[in-house]
Design a protein around this ligand. Structure first.
Ligand code: ADP
Ligand code: MG
Length: 455
């Protein structure tokens, strides 16, 4: 394989694994030659070699094949020459005298390696659901004093945990490039640890993690149930806290709710500041969309967006910000391809699949609860036998909404209304259909309830 062919392969890999992974893992690889169907690559460190072997070997092979080269295997080894110490290595060496410092030092050499350029504080939209997490992250990023340790951020998928952690790292690095900030996922932590065990350089591992100024471990729930990794994590954690080094941790749930995590670790994780990122609300989603539109001007130019499109997306895609972004990217790509304005119709057509899975499923119970709240009656009366108008009417409204907003059958709805017969439900539904044309107050109530339930 020629260097030119390798460069083609690298380019297609970039498209497959994304810019960040590319810069961290593929760019450092060198082509050492190819013979007898084996392509030989070298990596600057053991760690990179192992990681690439484990995560990217297949993709590399596929891209080489796709480039028309005949190859049956990719071999990745460590480039001996790269172990030569340089300035930064020496600096770290001075700080951490240790057995085999060369390799350890290399790994903290680039504090911003693996960080997503877009995940900065500037690009983070603050709203009610994430205000506290954002403020805490800002505080840590000032890097002045360690006020809470660790900072534990948790919340569902795609709510911005990783974004905030990268933002902290970028900010710390901008304020003080000398600071040794190490960001990694709990999975990477484990992988490094296991590799260190296998290669018998646990001392290096320990020294690396104890030599950082700020340690950030993303998705810590990953180490649940992994005993020796937990053990090592616990010791690392304690060592850093003892030295007043800042730790930032994220997880998909609160420390106490992570199963198969040792109690002593749970309580350690709870000992600092625990903040959660709440599910996004409509305003935040709209804010994020507006910001993404502004940012995407750089890549897509000034694509006109029709009235109400962003509002529509913010309203309909409520699950997770990543999906919201994906939707917008798809719209932009399409609009710039066909040179059309992004209209509501185009959005609905193009995003049919996303919109379908994001459709919120309303339950009969939810309807009963909301309607009872709205009319100020007890939930038990909604289901119970009372017949006076002030209770019977809201009950019929709930029946009507249950029929129109869910896919339940009449008998099924009847069962959920205290075992009523399906004819009773049908009667209720008809009654409300009739009334809504004459009673404008009731029509308004229905509209309001429908909106409440579907948002
Ligand atoms: P998590 O780690 O919580 O699963 P991420 O941090 O990876 O979520 O966020 C998913 C995507 O949504 C990222 O592209 C991120 O930039 C974006 N995102 C999430 N919250 C915000 C926000 N408040 N402002 C701007 N972008 C956001
Ligand atoms: Mg994440």
């Amino acid at each position: 394989m020629t260097d030119a062919a390798w460069s083609t392969v690298r380019n297609s890999l970039k498209g497959v694994i994304g810019d960040n992974n590319y810069v961290t893992w593929i760019a450092p690889l060198k082509l050492n030659g190819a013979r007898d169907g084996v392509v030989r690559l070298s990596a600057p460190t053991n760690f990179v070699a192992n990681w690439v072997n484990r995560h990217y070997a297949d993709q590399i092979l596929r891209c080489i094949l796709a480039a028309g080269e005949s190859v049956s295997r990719v071999e990745i080894s460590v480039d001996g020459a790269a172990a030569r110490p340089n300035d930064k290595v020496q600096r770290t060496l001075a700080a951490v005298p240790l057995v085999n410092a060369g390799r350890v030092a290399e790994e903290v050499e680039q504090p911003t390696a693996g960080l997503d350029r877009r995940f900065t504080f500037d690009n983070f939209v603050v709203g009610k659901p994430n205000a506290l997490a954002h403020a805490a992250a800002r505080r840590v990023a000032e890097g002045v004093s360690v006020t809470f340790n660790p900072l534990f951020l948790y919340g569902g998928v795609g709510l911005g945990k990783t974004h905030l952690m990268h933002a902290i790292a970028w900010e710390l690095n901008a304020r003080n490039p000398e600071l040794r900030v190490l960001y990694l996922s709990a999975e990477q932590f484990m992988y490094r640890f296991v590799t260190a065990l296998r290669e018998r350089n646990v001392m290096d591992f320990k020294n690396l993690f104890r030599s950082v100024d700020v340690l950030m471990v993303d998705d810590v729930q990953f180490i649940a149930g992994k005993e020796s990794t937990q053990e090592e994590f616990f010791h690392t954690f304690n060592a850093l806290v003892d030295h007043h080094k800042q730790i930032v941790i994220s997880a998909d749930r609160a420390p106490g709710e992570i199963k198969d995590l040792e109690d002593r670790i749970k309580s350690r994780l709870q000992s600092g500041l625990v903040v959660d990122l709440h599910p996004t609300d409509y305003e935040l989603r709209l804010g994020i969309l507006q910001q993404k539109v502004a940012l995407s001007r750089a890549s897509y130019g000034d694509v006109p967006i029709g009235d109400g499109v962003l509002e529509f997306l913010a309203h309909r895609i409520t699950t997770n910000v990543r999906v919201l972004e994906g939707a917008l990217t798809r719209l932009f790509a399409l609009a710039s391809l066909v040179g059309r304005e992004i209209t509501l119709d185009l959005a609905q057509d193009t995003l049919a699949d996303i919109l379908r899975t994001s459709e919120r499923k309303v339950t009969v119970e939810e309807i009963q609860r909301k309607v009872a709240e709205h009319y100020n009656i007890r939930l038990s009366d909604m289901i119970g036998p009372k017949r006076q108008r002030t209770i019977a009417r809201p009950r019929q409204i709930a029946m009507y909404l249950a029929k129109s907003l869910t896919t339940r059958s009449l008998p099924d709805i009847g069962r959920r209304f205290g075992g009523r017969d399906h004819t009773t439900i049908m009667h209720g539904v008809r009654k409300v259909e009739e009334l809504r044309t004459t009673d404008s107050q009731l029509a308004e109530d229905l509209e309001l309830l429908r909106r409440l339930l579907q948002s």
